[in-house]
Design a protein around this ligand. Sequence first.
Ligand code: BGC
Length: 743
Amino acid sequence: MTNRALAFSFALIAFIIAGTHPAAAQRASDRVENLLSEMTLEEKVGQMVQLTIGTVVREDGHPDGGIALDAGLLREALVERHIGSLLNVHQASLSIEGWHTLIEEIQSVATNDTRLGIPVIYGIDAVHGQNYTREGTIFPHNIGLAAAFDRELVRDAARITAKEVTASSQTWNFSPVLDVGRIPLWPRYYETFGEDPLVTSKLGVEAVKGLQESGRVAATLKHYVGYSGSDVGRDRTPANLTERVVREDYLPPFAAAIEAGALTVMINSGEIDGRPVHASRYWLTDVLRDELGFEGVAVTDWLDVVFLHTRHRVAPTMRDAVKMAVEAGIDMSMTPYDYEFADRLLDLVQTGEMSESRVDESVRRILVLKERLGLFNNPNPGPERASEFGLPESVERARQAARATMTLLENDGTLPLRRDARILVTGPAANSLTALNGGWTYTWQGVDDSDFPAGTQSVIDAIRERAGSVEYVPGATFDSEIDIDAAARAARDADVVVLALGEDGYAEWVGDIDDLRLPDAQLRLADAVISTGTPVVLVLIEGRPRIIHPHADRAAAVLMAYTPGMEGAAAIADVLFGNHNPGGRLPFTYPRYPNALDTYDHRLTQRLGRGFDREEDAFNPQWEFGHGLSYTTFDYSNLRLSSDAVGRGGSIRVEVDVTNSGDREGRHSVLLFTRQHYASLTPPVRRLRDFTTIDLVAGETSTVSFDLPASALRFVGQDGSWQLESGPFDVIVEDLTATFELR
Ligand code: BGC
């Protein structure tokens, strides 16, 4: 009998003898409870460890499309150290077959060679499609998806990602990022759904539902909580946020996604108000478990227990660090290179400083997760699901997604371009696949164009396919000059210039910057071509709003493309030549100046003018949150409310007519804001309360309606609790305003 079969027999016998375990009746199956009762302390502690795959590979062997495992190291990890989870790729992405082989080898050791046969749970960062499997369907990063304000789109992207994650034999996806992008310097900005907590909540819920719908993949809400609120905008730096701000701006997406059934969370590597989150029992247990009701697995981020000791210096020893993190509430440690966490935890329990029941609690959650994902029945789901990988309809959805993200910021009529125009294409992003896809594409940093499948288009390829007379002069790399004079000369001879600027791939702290402006070389290129007088269409391919003032004001048109993914070049060209009518709206405020990084929902007192008249809002970003043009025009009229007063438990119906007053069909997102006239804490100038997307043919009018519950008007008071204060409120939809009273 194999170990696995033996374990099942034990489980069956225990089940017959003990019946259902009363304490865990609602949370764990008999299989889980019986396994738990069989496990040694070493086996339990091992389940709480997650290693990166690089710790068990042979450095000398990388078969094409795969990873060569070191049998000895793998045995040590799984059989001797009882490791419960592995993650990541080693150096580069794998082919789908490479994943199947790898997971088969791992699961075969885990299920056949270990005493209890518990399968490994394998985690991956499929953060914009299955970006670590070659030929996977790559979607725009979240920042672009958010611009479409389209819940269905996010749900579909997540659903397709989950299919390809399963087809690649993985079951745990470290996505979605629910950090709210309030600080544009932050290098993980592109992983966010932008600056608004409501957009992040709504789209985050769709991402979780789409990922988990099949029951074979667990989503991970990351990075719980406050990670993106860093004071200085660099990765993993302190967020000196008050509890009120955390609760109002950063916590709601996590609360909503937990409510939607998210199975796992990953912890913020930074700190809130001086307390590293990995060491905060308050955030990890009192709030996450007791208040938000989260019952799933809380995994640390990379090396973060170690960092409590070595970087944050709140733990004088590694042992203290382990104790702190486990007492705070983590279930699994992404150690990710060694067994020190396991050793220290074992010692803590053996010396009585930590109870075994605390360990049981986490192991139970981990086993429940494995069982829910079907791992006990099929630890290598990929081969039988391989036919769901890279389907033409998935690629088509990625293309639609890329198109839907496109956000037209300026247009003096130069766009759409004529196909017979003499076009100069210049700028570093024009000839770069990595810029289009950003970080987390085939490799962590996503910086190697040779990783992409043959035939993947750059912007220049896509333009050449659509126009007859196209010249390309690079002008500059992302950070240095190449031939700016040549670009300017060519601009003079052209009818129009397409200038593609932005950022190359980067991920996490590697993308930290000291200056939000685009690098000098790119700004010089912009200046040189714009100064020729030939109309310049500026295409921004970037993961965060790099400042481009004053050049942006001199461009004939500006298209924001974010990091649109594999189908991005075609989407950009479709907009440039008018095959697609852009409908994206900025999910963040695009700043004009480096030191004016206010969000749209700032307080009036934050942006008062400089002169004597200090009552007006002097907010003057380059482009506002929600800004986005179209090749048609949308007019708003007849904003009406179902009542001019609403009670605290009630709700008000808001209706507005939207007319496509131009001459072509268009998609348009309608954004509903409110403004509270007076409150006990300075109210924001406005807050987004709802949004929807409509399609209108030329001349068509549609009535858009929203139900606005009074509860949506709450804010977090100084004591950290949500409050609703009566008084007058404005409803703002585009340039229309209506007022009602909350009683
Ligand atoms: C990142 C996480 C990611 C993890 C595993 C960390 O460095 O912060 O977002 O899920 O690595 O790759």
